[in-house]
Design a binder for this molecule. Structure first.
Ligand SMILES: [Zn+2]
Ligand SMILES: [Zn+2]
Length: 245
């Protein structure tokens, strides 16, 4: 009878084999057959090449291109605690499909491919810890997981940065932000987050999509109030026409 630890190791490797076998033989985004997996990538090279990175020069603070030297209409009204935000790719068709797979179709493994675009984002330089933007309990139950946590975990595995899911919590359900004007988004989010144990952290908030920065701003305020030293934000994608927040 093998020792317990050996048996667990055995189960783990057969589970990994089983999972590999269960992975689809086609790209998750375009359904073209994936001839050779790059690791366990679920997104083909062509789809990944359609994720268009965001060209500089960028606004120092919010990472929006095209505002160098001018007052930025995206971030000029942001709360002071959110230092800077960067996004990897534009939210165009191929990126939108990846976000959709991750968020609504249960394919959280797509995060492994998404984070390969994020590893070089400026806020990740130095010793930082990754903090996923939390979902409310009801939404997390409904989805089964938090998509931002999946991105943060995959990014942590890629970069070695620690991931802290215990620091920031959503204490109040908020209405979905999509249909709200910028001012209404701020009000909708006031007091939405609670935070403990953030003292001295160099925090990088992780989210799937950047739209106005309202969510990141509100989460950053909670982290700063709990003693975080600096708070930056990173997202996989950025809306093509972000609204002033
Ligand atoms: Zn594809
Ligand atoms: Zn800006």
């Amino acid at each position: 009878m093998p020792r317990f630890a050996e048996r667990v190791a055995g189960w783990r490797s057969s589970l990994a084999d089983l999972e590999r076998w269960l992975l689809p033989g086609a790209c998750l985004l375009c359904e073209a057959p994936v001839a050779e997996r790059e690791g366990d990538a679920l997104v083909c090279g062509l789809c990944r090449s359609r994720w268009r990175s965001i060209p500089g020069p960028l606004c120092d603070r919010c990472g929006q291109p095209g505002f160098a030297g001018l007052e930025c209409r995206i971030c000029s009204g942001w709360p002071p605690h959110l230092r800077r935000v960067r996004s990897a790719v534009w939210l165009e068709e191929a990126a939108r499909r990846a976000v959709h797979r991750l968020k609504y179709d249960g394919w959280w493994r797509v995060a492994d491919a998404m984070v390969r675009t994020m590893g070089a984002l400026e806020p990740l330089t130095g010793r930082v810890c990754l903090i996923p933007v939390p979902l409310g309990a009801a939404r997390a139950r409904e989805r089964g997981y938090n998509q931002s946590e999946r991105i943060a975990t995959a990014l942590g595995a890629l970069t070695g940065a620690p991931v802290r899911c215990d620091v920031l919590h959503r204490v109040r359900e908020t209405r979905t932000q999509t249909a709200l004007a910028p001012e209404a988004r701020q009000a909708n989010l006031a007091g939405a987050f609670a935070c403990a144990g953030a003292a001295g952290l160099t925090a990088v908030l992780v989210d799937d999509v950047f739209t106005t920065g309202a969510t990141l701003g509100s989460a950053a305020a909670a982290l700063a109030a709990a003693g975080a030293e600096t708070v930056d934000g990173i997202t996989f994608a950025r809306a093509m026409e972000p609204m002033a927040g």
